[in-house]
Write a protein that binds this ligand. Structure first.
Ligand SMILES: N[C@@H](CCC(=O)N[C@@H](CS)C(=O)NCC(=O)O)C(=O)O
Length: 305
């Protein structure tokens, strides 16, 4: 279902401003994780406040539980995320989802669609960042460099349908036939990504030397694959770590990179394996028992021989 709040920063009603917007996230959610990674990669910590919504109730949705995040919303003191949606629109009766970008000035939701939130974060707040972090100054190292724009868009759309959303279609399939179809399509897509990453010009990242939007969007599904989707969503024809050498190397490079191109570890520092495993075990399998393996959660950068 499409997200309902689709405003952009900067715009007349929502100009770029420091300390005005709040990003609500949950660390299990792969869609929220995109926005968390871009927030970290761009160094927006002092410009856009990030708030963790750490729990979800089957009936009432996301809430602040005080377990890993705050016990109440630090802005309004409410306990349920639904209260923020209703503050923005008293008639709202759609899904209560993360991520959510909130405007403290107008006390409303700017946007709750992750693919649009990351676009705003890429360059919408660049005026507050040092010159070397501004997209316009990064040339080929920009997250969406001009010359790759249409290729990145095409890959993103295909990855969304077959991989990001593909695991959900398999995990939530309500018939055996639908499950079979989606799992087969998913692994065909992973096979194609493996081929893509074996081609010259597509290493070490999907489009060559620099991390792009496409890497970020694929990462949040791949890092959850072996530890959650393989078991809990029954996406178990192959594992990344044993069956996809190029994808596996790509994934480990992103995760373990703590250099300047990841702003000191934007992938690793925002990936919490236990949170992810616990989160999926309660949505998918239903009884909240978290699988122990596979261990380790991520293989080392240099594989043992
Ligand atoms: N289109 C949204 C989807 C976000 C989404 O589905 N988030 C999930 C968590 S992974 C959620 O909040 N689900 C709660 C619900 O559907 O009630 C985006 O990409 O931002």
């Amino acid at each position: 279902m499409p997200s309902r709040f689709r405003n952009f920063i900067p715009s007349e009603h929502f100009p770029a401003e420091k300390d005005r917007y709040v990003l609500y996230v949950n660390y299990c959610c792969p869609w929220a994780h995109r926005t968390i990674i871009v927030h970290a990669l761009k160094g927006l910590e002092d410009i856009i406040q990030l708030v963790e919504v750490d729990a979800r109730d089957a009936t009432h949705g996301w809430f602040f539980s005080g377990q890993t995040g705050p016990a109440r919303d630090p802005i309004y003191g409410v306990r349920w995320m639904k209260e923020l949606y209703l503050k923005a629109d008293p008639q709202y009766n759609g899904r209560i989802t993360v991520p959510l970008l909130w405007d403290k000035k107008h006390e409303t939701i700017v946007n709750n669609e992750s693919s649009e939130i990351i676009k705003m974060f890429f360059d919408g707040f660049d005026q507050f960042l040092p010159p070397e972090r501004r997209e316009a100054n990064k040339g080929p190292a920009a997250f969406i460099p001009q010359h790759l724009r249409s290729e990145i868009d095409t890959l993103n759309a295909w990855v969304y349908d077959n991989v990001n959303n593909g695991v959900y279609k398999a995990g939530f399939a309500s018939s055996q036939a639908a499950y079979n179809e989606h799992v087969i399509r998913l692994f065909q897509a992973l096979d194609r990504l493996e081929d893509h990453l074996s081609e010259p010009g597509h290493q070490p990242y999907l489009f060559g030397a620099y991390i792009t939007e496409a890497d970020i969007r694929l990462y949040t599904t791949m890092i959850r694959f072996d530890i959650s989707y393989y078991t809990l969503f029954k996406c178990n024809l192959k594992m990344i770590r044993t069956d996809y050498p190029h994808l596996h190397a790509w994934l480990r490079r992103l995760y373990w990179n703590e250099g300047p191109e990841t702003a000191g570890g934007a992938f690793k520092n925002t990936t919490f394996f236990e949170v992810i495993k616990r989160g999926y075990s309660s949505v998918a399998a239903g009884n909240g028992i978290t699988p122990i393996g596979p261990l380790p959660h991520i293989m080392p950068l240099e594989l043992p021989r």
